[in-house]
Design a protein. Structure first.
Length: 724
């Protein structure tokens, strides 16, 4: 036991060392930013009395705008999505990550059906806050009618999952007495949250916060009602004193259970597409059996990667401390000895086995070729807080996940600081370029002309490269149109008229839900999600994906991507034979800083636009099919299922000559709009930079900032040296 205690002490020492390292990095970055901002603040002060003419006023207004925009963070927060079934330990995992055992109430994360819950840092004060948004009263009343219809259905093929879900929602809100009430009676009951369609919670104490939150995020079997989770659309929770973990990160729970509310379904997809990383949670026993995690990944992969920006997938095997050594030993060829360490040894053995199983499966999967980085963690949130469970702190792997968050935060902080210092140095270089006397700037007209010519040539080259990419994408889309037109009806039959095994009822309700929900039906089992729009779009995507992934890659260099073409764009040409004059060095440094800043902005916009371009295929199909879905949803009563099927099949047959061509056209139009936007933004911003680099009647009003430039170079070097 003494040895075990010493190991734990070493673990804690290592964790403390890691924490000190991250803290020192954060402090260095913060100090560098503060020093740079102080320098730029002095620049702004000195500018004010120098606005003596209309030309100098315009010039200094340009400088002020650059400095003002520098203070606006150009890096949006990174979103990490958390996927997992109910009861997989999402809430306890987040509580452990944040180091507060009872922070979020049990069932806060992962239980609420289709509710998107996000957790981030409160950077303004020390309160625990929550912004709870609910669906509108009108949306709920529409949904309530459907729920009552499902609950009262006497059909032989009624779906038990749908019925149980309907009863649970109605009784949660209105109480158990509601099961015998009519729609009109329930409609008259006052629901306070509908007054503003939101609820704000703010508490200084953790226990009070958890108590306030319960009614909006936690399922409850109470007979009194007034549990509002069926109405909740999204929950935004902000936690104080966790800057090091979540300053630039938002953790988003993305529940896998279905819901008939289209608004929440759209929000779910939108959040998933924003995730740079996804954590897939699965009970360690199920992870070893290799089922649930892959169902989730298969269901979400397209939205995560092609239509999103996911670069990393973490499989997180939860509840690793829940172990019966005897039972586990019976599954092994070589038994683990029965001694005082058997429990710990069995846990570690199973952890290793789970990691090897998932890593091997990933290596052999189709996802391996998509340049996605995979890590597997085996965590015990309970043992992180309770040392009596016999699991060392590091073996809970909570510290490893905390380090993942800290590294992301540190990386973003350093990138923001480096970019800020680089742009600040560029602004000072522009100011310093006017220090020379008039004779030393005699060649400025020639320099300006050369930069303008470089810009024209660079834009022409970019236009040619974009044309090649458009043609490249067009070919894949055309192949997709041909294949889709030939097979769309056969493909659709898998959704509209599936061959159901004897006794698998409920399809009538599923088809009704699909029509009512614009072509999609989601259930509590990932593998049972149905989407007719995605089914109709599959050949478009199959033929488009290889080319689209080269043009808009997620996590690799292809040599022809839009991002790489932006990176290579520059009007500053190296001239080693004739080193530039000091003036030109300053001008080039300023223009280069503006180029780099513009490239970062454009690359973020490309990522967002890419999602819109990719999803436009499915959106075009859904919009074209909207009237068919509406007509089919209105059919009720005897024989309505066959009538729905007929309407959908007829609609697809009549639409197929145009629907896929329009989808192709939409992709190409949006791609062209993006490329035109990039060129125009480059042209406007760099023409402006050139213009102000050669402004007249400025040099006599300028001051020497060479010392400030030198200080910024030192700060930049310090950040670079301490990156790691």
């Amino acid at each position: 036991m003494a040895s075990h205690g010493m190991k734990r002490k070493r673990d804690e020492d290592q964790s403390d060392s890691s924490n000190r390292f991250h803290s020192s990095q954060l402090q260095l970055t913060t100090e560098s930013m503060e020093k740079t901002k102080n320098i730029m603040s002095e620049v702004v002060k000195k500018i004010q009395p120098l606005k003596t003419t209309s030309e100098t006023t315009e010039f200094y207004h340009y400088i002020e705008n650059i400095i003002s925009n520098m203070d606006k963070s150009k890096e949006k927060k990174k979103t990490i999505g958390i996927l997992g079934y109910t009861g997989e330990g999402k809430t306890t995992l987040l509580n452990a990550l944040l180091g507060k055992r009872y922070l979020l109430p049990s069932g806060c994360i992962g239980v609420c059906t289709a509710v998107v819950t996000q957790v981030e840092a409160n950077l303004t004060d020390h309160n625990y806050t929550a912004e709870i948004e609910v669906i509108s009263k009108e949306e709920w009343e529409t949904q309530l009618k459907d729920l009552l219809s499902i609950k009262k259905s006497q059909s032989k093929d009624k779906n038990k999952d749908l019925t149980d879900d309907a009863i649970e929602k109605i009784t949660a809100l209105y109480g158990t007495d509601a099961k015998d009430k009519t729609f009109e009676e329930l409609k008259k009951i006052d629901i306070p949250v509908f007054a503003n369609n939101k609820k704000d919670v703010s508490c200084i104490e953790v226990s009070e916060f958890a108590s306030e939150l319960k009614r909006y995020v936690q399922h409850n079997t109470s007979s009194t009602g007034h549990w509002y989770w069926p109405l909740v659309k999204s929950v935004k929770i902000k936690i104080p004193d966790c800057r090091e973990l979540l300053e630039h990160i938002v953790l988003v729970d993305l529940p896998g259970s279905g819901d008939c509310n289209k608004t929440r379904a759209a929000m779910w997809k939108s959040k998933l597409r924003d995730c740079c990383s996804v954590w897939i949670l699965s009970n360690i026993n199920r992870a070893i059996n290799n089922k649930d995690a892959w169902e989730m990944l298969n269901h979400c992969y397209q939205d995560m990667v092609q239509a999103g920006e996911c670069r990393d997938i973490n499989f997180i095997c939860t509840k690793s401390d829940e172990m019966d050594p005897g039972e586990y030993n019976s599954t092994l060829e070589k038994q683990i000895p029965e001694d005082k360490n058997q429990m710990t040894n069995c846990i570690l053995h199973r952890n290793k086995r789970a990691k090897e199983t998932l890593e091997k499966s990933f290596e052999n999967s189709e996802f391996k070729n998509e340049n996605i980085h995979l890590q597997v963690f085996t965590v015990s949130s309970k043992a992180f807080f309770n040392h009596n469970l016999g699991v060392r702190r590091d073996d809970t792997e909570i510290p490893k996940l905390q380090d993942v968050l800290k590294k992301i935060n540190k990386s973003i902080n350093q990138e923001l600081s480096r970019n800020y210092i680089k742009e600040a140095s560029g602004v000072l270089s522009l100011i310093q370029s006017f220090q020379s006397d008039r004779r030393k700037r005699m060649a400025e007209a020639d320099i300006k002309k050369e930069l303008q010519l470089n810009l024209e040539k660079a834009l022409e080259k970019l236009e040619y490269q974009f044309d090649m990419l458009r043609c490249f994408l067009d070919k894949g889309l055309s192949d997709g149109v041909d294949k889709s037109e030939k097979s769309c009806l056969d493909d659709a039959k898998e959704i509209i008229s599936p061959d159901l095994p004897q006794g698998q009822g409920g399809f009538r309700k599923i088809l009704q839900d699909l029509c009512r929900n614009g072509g999609s039906h989601t259930s509590k089992a990932w593998k049972r999600n149905l989407d007719l729009n995605k089914c109709l779009a599959k050949h478009m995507y199959e033929n488009m994906n290889p080319r689209f992934n080269l043009i808009f890659p997620v996590n690799t260099k292809t040599g022809i991507s839009v991002q790489e073409l932006i990176d290579k764009f520059s009007i500053i040409q190296p001239d080693t034979a004739n080193p530039p004059s000091l003036i030109l060095q300053y001008i080039n440094k300023f223009i280069k800083s503006q180029e780099d800043n513009l490239k970062e902005l454009l690359k973020h916009e490309v990522v967002n636009k890419k999602k819109e371009i990719y999803t436009s295929v499915e959106a075009t199909i859904q919009n074209a099919m909207a009237s068919c879905y509406k007509e089919a949803a209105e059919k009720t009563g005897e024989g309505s299922t066959k009538e729905k099927q007929r309407i959908l099949k007829t609609g697809i047959e009549s639409l197929k000559p145009d629907i896929f061509r329009n989808a192709k056209k939409g992709v190409l139009i949006k791609t062209n709009e993006l490329m035109e936007y990039i060129k125009k933004r480059m042209e406007f911003m760099l023409k402006q930079s050139i213009q102000y680099s050669f402004a007249k009647a400025i040099q006599n009003t300028m001051w020497d900032v060479s010392k400030e430039i030198e200080e910024l170079e030192k700060l930049s070097a310090q950040l670079t040296d301490n990156t790691g």
